[in-house]
Design a protein around this ligand. Structure first.
Ligand SMILES: NC(=O)c1ccc[n+]([C@@H]2O[C@H](COP(=O)([O-])OP(=O)(O)OC[C@H]3O[C@@H](n4cnc5c(N)ncnc54)[C@H](OP(=O)(O)O)[C@@H]3O)[C@@H](O)[C@H]2O)c1
Length: 487
């Protein structure tokens, strides 16, 4: 019999989740249904997408491996979908749904955001407005206990030392909202570079503004801000190595292994703050429990992060697994160079992009036009934002996280583990690599023997072309010298 206070807290609660179809949201729903099954209901905000209704989308999502442990359990009737969209006023909910939300919800976990860099301020301002609407709903909820906002370390990207406090935002949420309401797109486009000056991108900027909004609301409802750093695959639960996001560091590793990512503008010796997804999930549920005990007026901020590995250490580990468990999905023999200089990184990136253009041209000539070069350039735009975090040594305070951990019972520590010290061992990176291979490359472990043979071929092709390239350069310079001295 478990004496978990966190499980006890969730008993009979109705939790409203935004972002429930996302990487983290799915894991939060899974954990709630697996461990806190005596909750009353989980209301999930889902938007229709690509011609599919929320129900059709959710049915597909439930087929994902991360739900396999609970697939046959009698927990699904606890889920209730609400069609909505954070890009619309009042989250695009009907009056009836808003009524249900206000009458039934006791906790909100707000994780929805377009995790896409380089969006316009207008697009991202919808996140601020949606959060504002959610806060307004929460104020009318009768038995409301906790509002948990999942932010990001990016919200503090201007700082070298990140404390567990909300920093003054670049502009107040109301100012931003009235700015996007009053200015047309061309004016916004003109002023955006000035507003974003120094920020990694508009996503980090908006996160900072939204944190301020949530903090200000802390006077009226119990709020908490969780700031995860870069989130990696799950370490243990619900399954080892799970990941299905294309916008995080693991997808950069995927690109490296496939031989597509060959240059990175990083400082290799700098440790990169990283935290496994299952730890963030457990932390979120523990924080909701803690928030319900807090008095109003204090918005707790948690830097949910662990000391990650430096790029050079990570690469050292990855090299072993790259050869030990190769994949049939490798496209080229991998070889990545970490470059401190942005200039030289750009020079090499231009060269690799040129090669991709050549492939596009070859496909065009064979009657199968492709657009790999555009995909490649877009992927690198995202990578360049992510690698911002690998060029600065940042100190993150985690006192609040450690205090929460200390105050949890032994049962809770077992069920909701998030102790973030010394996570990224050799074995943890192996778990991450095998998960990436299985879930992101969709390659089962049985293909390893065949993939080893393929890797040998890729190796030979790569170095043969490299040798040919050197030979051509040699011939070119020989010709040049001959030309200079004889003509
Ligand atoms: N992943 C990381 O490395 C990382 C690091 C730090 C912080 N975080 C934070 O963690 C949270 C979850 O991130 P994630 O990795 O799970 O992201 P994700 O996989 O991209 O999921 C984003 C979720 O937001 C939903 N969403 C986006 N726009 C929406 C809209 N207009 N209306 C309704 N829902 C919308 C998406 O729904 P659809 O399925 O309909 O698109 C999806 O469920 C975010 O707040 C993010 O900032 C993530």
């Amino acid at each position: 019999m478990s004496n978990s206070e966190i499980k006890q807290f969730f008993k009979n609660q109705t939790i409203f989740i935004t972002g429930g179809t996302g990487f983290l949201g799915k894991l939060i729903i899974e954990k709630l249904l697996r461990e806190c099954w005596d909750l009353k209901k989980i209301l999930v905000l889902v938007r229709p997408k690509k011609g599919k209704t929320p129900q059709e989308r959710f049915n597909e999502i439930l087929e994902r491996p991360c739900f396999h442990h609970i697939k046959n359990k009698n927990v699904w009737e606890k889920i209730s979908l609400m069609e909505g969209d954070c890009d619309k006023p009042l989250l695009g909910l009907t009056d009836k749904d808003i009524e249900v939300l206000k009458n039934e919800t006791t906790c909100i976990i707000h994780a929805a955001i377009r995790v896409k860099f380089y969006q316009s301020l207008r697009e991202l301002s919808w996140h601020v407005r949606a959060t504002k609407d959610l806060v307004e709903f929460a104020k009318d909820m009768k038995n409301f206990k906790a509002f948990v906002y999942i932010s990001s370390q990016g919200a503090c990207c201007l700082r070298n030392h990140i404390k567990e406090i909300v920093y003054p935002p670049p502009i107040k949420p109301e100012t931003l909202l009235s700015l996007v309401e009053t200015c047309d797109d061309s004016v916004l486009e003109k002023i955006t570079p000035g507003l974003l000056h120094g920020w990694y991108d508009s996503y980090c900027y908006i996160k900072s503004i939204t944190e301020d909004l949530v903090k200000t609301s802390g006077d009226l409802i119990p709020t908490t801000i969780i700031r995860p750093s870069n989130i990696s695959s799950t370490l243990q639960e619900p399954i080892e190595g799970w990941n299905d996001t294309s916008l995080a560091a693991v997808s950069v590793i995927k690109g490296m292994c496939m031989g597509l990512v060959r240059t990175l503008n990083v400082y290799p010796e700098i440790p990169v703050h990283t935290v496994p997804a299952d730890y963030v999930v457990n932390f979120t549920l523990a924080a909701a429990w803690k928030t319900a005990q807090n008095s109003f007026n204090t918005t707790m901020v948690y830097n949910c992060t662990g000391e990650g590995l430096s790029c050079e250490k990570l690469l050292e580990y990855l090299e072993t697994f790259y050869f030990e468990f190769p994949s049939m999905k490798y496209l080229w023999f991998a070889s990545v160079t970490f470059r401190r200089s942005k200039f030289w990184h750009q020079v090499w990136l231009t060269f690799y992009t040129f090669i991709v253009y050549v492939f596009d041209f070859v496909f065009l000539c064979t009657g199968n036009p492709t657009n790999y070069a555009t995909l490649y350039k877009n992927a690198y735009r995202q990578i360049d934002v992510l690698t911002n975090f690998c060029r600065r040594r940042v100190q993150c305070d985690t006192t609040n996280v450690r205090t929460l951990w200390k105050n949890m019972s032994q049962d809770d520590k077992t069920l909701f583990e998030f102790h973030t010290e010394k996570i990224y061992t050799y074995d943890a990176v192996k778990t991450m690599f095998l998960g990436m291979r299985l879930y992101l490359l969709n390659d089962p472990i049985e293909t390893v023997p065949a993939a080893r043979k393929r890797l040998r071929k890729l190796y030979i092709v790569h170095y043969s072309i490299f040798a040919l390239f050197l030979f051509l350069i040699y011939r070119f310079f020989r010709f040049l010298l001959y030309f200079v001295f004889t003509v």
